[in-house]
Design a binder for this molecule. Structure first.
Ligand code: OOG
Ligand code: MG
Length: 262
């Protein structure tokens, strides 16, 4: 750990302002090259605390960089997590205004909704399946607060793993009887296929990403509460979107989720 309490508070305010004003900033490790993972999550938890102090609810969590496609796209090699605030969620078939965002990209994901708490260490994919109420297709809209979407792991963790908005919808599935590895996904923009993949791209099984989240949270004595919505991470690379774009995610056996960027 290299950051003082005051530095953590100042960095959290700086990054949250970048989010709220939709203005890009340079990555924070340029000024704090000695920051470590613990410092980075401390900044993320301080952003979370600031939001909760204003009455914003935390409705779930997300894993990021859980597929090879994403790790290669962003040039980093370790899965990370972030939190999902209530105002990140958008209704299926809804609109999303790009003027509130810096340089949004969309990702195809599988969302898990839990019915009982999940705690690490030692949390397994089987325990995740037992604690899952249902899964559904999700489109995450990521929006790094860093210039040109360029960062290192420590910087992106502090920036709440680029979280900004997400859509869920389509057809929910019970975890029992579903092979979570073979869910085929097609991500379309303006009627054109942009990315295709299968859910096993996420750590072999997206349930493993949720178990990894529980185990990473345990390092801070945190856990996944019942009733959480958790994004398991992008199956394919993310694609940039702009005003006027229509995006549809089709997931095999799970219907589709669509949205319009305005
Ligand atoms: C970090 C967030 C990655 C995912 O699903 O892999 C992420 C980023 O690429 O900006 O949400
Ligand atoms: Mg994501």
């Amino acid at each position: 750990m290299s950051l003082s309490k005051e530095q953590i508070a100042a960095l959290a305010e700086h990054l949250e302002n970048a989010e709220l004003n939709a203005s890009a900033v340079k990555k924070i490790t340029d000024d704090y090259p000695d920051m470590d993972f613990r410092d980075a999550y401390n900044v993320q938890y301080e952003i979370r605390r600031r939001k909760e102090a204003r009455g914003i609810r935390i409705i779930g969590m997300k894993m990021g960089l859980t597929s090879r496609a994403k790790m290669e796209q962003m040039g980093v090699d370790t899965p990370i997590y972030g939190f999902l605030a209530d105002y990140f969620e958008r209704a299926e078939s809804g609109e999303i205004s790009v003027k509130d965002l810096i340089h949004p990209k969309v990702e195809a994901e599988i969302a898990f909704v839990t019915k009982s708490p999940l705690r690490g260490p030692g949390c397994t994919a089987a325990q995740v399946i037992a604690a899952t109420d249902f899964i559904m297709p999700a489109v995450e809209v990521i929006d790094s607060r860093y210039e040109n979407f360029r960062f290192d792991l420590v910087s992106v963790i502090a920036d709440n793993a680029s979280s900004s908005r997400f859509f869920t919808g389509g057809q929910v599935l019970a975890p029992m009887g579903t092979d979570m590895r073979t869910i085929g996904v097609v991500l379309e923009k303006n009627g054109q296929v942009m990315e295709v993949g299968a859910s096993a791209a996420v750590l072999g099984n997206p349930a493993t990403a949720i178990a990894m989240l529980a185990n990473q949270l345990a390092e801070r004595d945190e856990y996944i509460p019942a009733g959480s919505t958790i994004l398991s991470g992008a199956i394919t690379a993310a694609i940039p979107v702009d005003a006027g774009d229509n995006v549809t995610l089709r997931a095999h056996g799970m219907g589709s989720v669509s949205m319009r960027f305005v």
